[in-house]
Design a protein around this ligand. Structure first.
Ligand code: GLA
Length: 394
């Protein structure tokens, strides 16, 4: 095992003291799904796993990308003045998009960038937001750009929306930027007001279970859900003084049936109840009532499955299997859906049995094997100190 700094030097040569190392976490959303583009409240938290970037400026205008996760790709060289999205460039589109978005603020020189990530790729734990934030945080620091954390978050979301072409909300980038040790982030996605909610889980832990299902059409289905919400909002604006679907209450839902198609009604019902459920769940968490918090997680899953229709067989199998285990408080799909991961709260003494039983049931009912991660809630994006960087082995 090498430190990330010596791995960088092996790849790009030069002196260790010229290399700086940055970190951005992945995230898991505890509750509040598919409402960050409807003005709702969400409750994600940052994870201890994430993306590391060792970086050094160059004197020419080239950017060399290397990822420890894709060593077979070798170094990828891109001219700093020709940054365009290309599907075949895979993960490098994220840092490319960031440099492109910052182009007017940066000198015309390039970089050597060495990435290493310990988030499972494509599992819905925001590896892409993590790459975006680690890159923009590094550029902001290296060049003293003076951008605030919120500006870095918004800039990253813009890259995802405009450069990468995924019309996501702001939750992922916000959680990655503003994450805080042992705390979840309650974010109002309309106003961007937020507060930290301590996650004092005592003898319980967050267990993330990966379906390992490829999320084939996830992006187009995601954009389609957004369009349906927008169409429903336009109709409802004629009858209610609202600018976001989350301005409605579940009381209001009794009067909207005749204004919407059946499909729109189901989507709106999810959005409105999920927003209320999230606020209610936070209250339970603050009262240390983990059991009631878990019930809200289960209700969230049902609503995503039946009304928003973004779950899938594999996610449902994991949630149902989890709920049959001793020590499970609540389980739900997390992130965009159609695959990816579930998030579960499990009592520590039952975690080993939980893993064995859920793994067995999952492989019996699907053609796949599940992966389990008992995770810790970590801090947001930051630079590693020199001793931390030298000690961090990959
Ligand atoms: C993805 C998006 C987020 C959010 C979730 C669903 O992770 O990037 O903005 O919409 O899906 O809650």
């Amino acid at each position: 095992m090498n430190s990330i700094v010596s791995a960088f030097i092996n790849e790009f040569s030069g002196k260790e003291e010229d290399v700086r190392v940055f970190f951005a976490p992945g995230r898991v959303n505890l509750i509040g799904e598919h409402i960050d583009y409807n003005g709702g409240h969400v409750l994600p938290c940052a994870l201890e796993i994430g993306t590391y970037l060792a970086i050094r400026e160059r004197s020419d205008s080239n950017i060399f990308f290397y990822s420890e996760n894709f060593p077979e790709a070798g170094q990828i060289k891109i001219d700093r003045h020709h940054l365009v999205k290309d599907k075949k460039d895979g993960w490098t589109n994220y840092p490319k998009g960031i440099v492109h978005e910052c182009r007017d603020l940066l000198p015309a020189t390039g970089y050597d960038m060495y990435f290493y990530g310990d988030i499972p790729n494509g599992a819905g734990l925001s590896s892409s937001a993590s790459i975006e934030l680690v890159t923009v945080h590094a550029l902001n620091t290296l060049h003293h750009l003076g951008l605030s954390k919120l500006e870095l978050v918004k800039l990253s979301q813009r890259v995802e929306n405009q450069f990468v072409g995924v019309n996501c909300g702001i939750m992922d980038q916000f959680a990655v930027g503003f994450g805080s040790l042992d705390q979840a982030v309650l974010l109002n996605s309309e106003t961007l007001d937020f507060k930290y909610v301590p996650l004092d889980l005592g003898t319980y832990s967050i267990v993330i279970v990966n379906t390992n299902k490829k999320r084939g059409l996830a992006d187009s289905a995601y954009n389609e859900r957004r369009e349906t919400c927008e169409a429903a909002l336009e109709k409802l604006k004629k009858a209610f003084p609202i600018t976001e679907l989350c301005h409605l209450s579940s009381e209001d839902l009794k009067q909207v049936g005749s204004l919407l198609t059946d499909k729109e009604m189901k989507r709106v019902r999810h959005v409105v109840t999920e927003n209320e459920r999230t606020l209610d769940a936070v209250k339970r968490l603050e009262e240390n009532d983990l059991i009631s918090f878990g019930e809200r997680m289960n209700q969230s899953h049902q609503s995503l499955r039946d009304d928003y229709e973004v779950s899938c067989h594999e996610l449902d199998v994991l949630v149902e299997a989890a709920n049959r285990q001793k020590g499970t408080v609540g389980a739900r799909m997390t992130g965009a859906g159609f695959g990816g991961c579930t998030v579960t709260i499990v009592e520590d003494q039952h975690i080993e049995a939980f893993k064995t039983n859920v793994a067995k049931e999952y492989s019996r009912l699907t053609s796949l094997e599940a992966d389990f991660y008992t995770v810790k809630v970590g801090g947001g994006t930051r630079e590693l100190t020199k001793p931390e960087a030298l000690a961090f082995k990959i």
